[in-house]
Write a protein that binds this ligand. Structure first.
Ligand SMILES: [Zn+2]
Length: 284
């Protein structure tokens, strides 16, 4: 891609079927989408049908949010199950013609995220992503590993997650296979008022391996998935950072709008499109 494009993740019309949602987003004016693949919502064989629909509507799906691999779980059965699901999502994304599949790093469950488990978790991620890259190669897609927030819904005092610090993701990409792997920056997973670094600093740190984004706002303390300018993220510096590192991927909104009544949600999504277009153009 030669420039940054406005895009949105599906899941903003949870009441609708995937096909209806894609049609509705295209009707509003969106031309790039990230499809959130989850086992159960899409059949294994449905990729070609969705691909044809998108081609007919003139919409590009360059990113797919895949199934999170879970390679650092303690139970070998769980590890295998989640890695296999992640492989299914890579193959599905390949059939759809996507370029990047966004996957989260894996961690232990709450209470098991001890400092001595951390090194083993790191190694399990490395091994697991190497295995997934072989599937990605045969599916002709890349893997974009996403930064995690410092706290998850089940976090306990003192736990340390792998994949929250930019340096950990850069380490993973460089060691697993930088030819087919990059980073997806979720700006909402950085709690700038707690973590000691902000979104701009993370963008500068990632630099070239930055291949995908998840864009939404927060108040600096927790994950919120608000539209930009509804929280406290310094958006002008985010845009400045993306330009400085020469980022050319999708500026992909990942927002939670499902509480907005369906009858007026299209208007909010029309506003969101105009907002992202103007942010990319540097007008605001
Ligand atoms: Zn995300």
């Amino acid at each position: 891609m030669d420039e940054i494009r406005p895009s949105i993740s599906t899941g903003v019309f949870q009441e609708l079927s995937p096909e209806e949602e894609i049609r509705r987003l295209v009707g509003i004016g969106w031309r790039y989408l990230e499809i959130n693949f989850s086992i159960g919502r899409f059949g294994r064989c449905e990729a070609y049908r969705i691909k044809r629909l998108c081609e007919d509507l003139g919409v590009s799906v360059l990113q797919v949010h895949g199934c999170n691999p879970g390679m650092a779980r303690e139970s070998p059965e769980e590890r295998r199950k989640f890695v296999d699901q992640a492989k299914t999502s890579l193959l599905w994304a390949g059939e759809l013609g996507a370029e990047w599949v966004v996957l989260h790093p894996s961690n232990r469950k709450a209470g098991r995220r001890t400092p001595d488990a951390f090194e083993e978790v790191k190694e399990r991620n490395l091994e697991g992503f190497r295995e997934l890259l072989e599937t990605a190669h045969s599916a002709n897609v890349g893997i974009a590993v996403e930064n995690l927030p410092p706290l998850l819904h089940d976090s306990m005092e003192g736990e340390r997650l792998f994949g929250t610090e930019p340096s950990e993701l850069v380490w993973l990409v460089e060691n697993a296979g930088p030819e087919r792997m990059g980073v997806c920056l979720d700006v909402n997973h950085i709690f700038a008022k707690c973590q000691g670094f902000n979104q701009y600093q993370a963008i500068r740190w990632f630099g070239r391996p930055l291949v995908a984004t998840h864009i939404s706002d927060n108040d600096g303390f927790r994950e919120q998935h608000l539209l930009p300018f509804m929280g406290d993220i310094a958006w002008r510096t985010v845009m400045k950072g993306l330009r400085e590192v020469g980022y050319k991927g999708l500026f992909n909104l990942e927002v939670d709008l499902n509480k907005t009544p369906l009858s007026v949600r299209d208007d909010l999504l029309r506003y969101a499109l105009r907002l992202t277009e103007e942010m990319i153009q540097g007008d605001i």
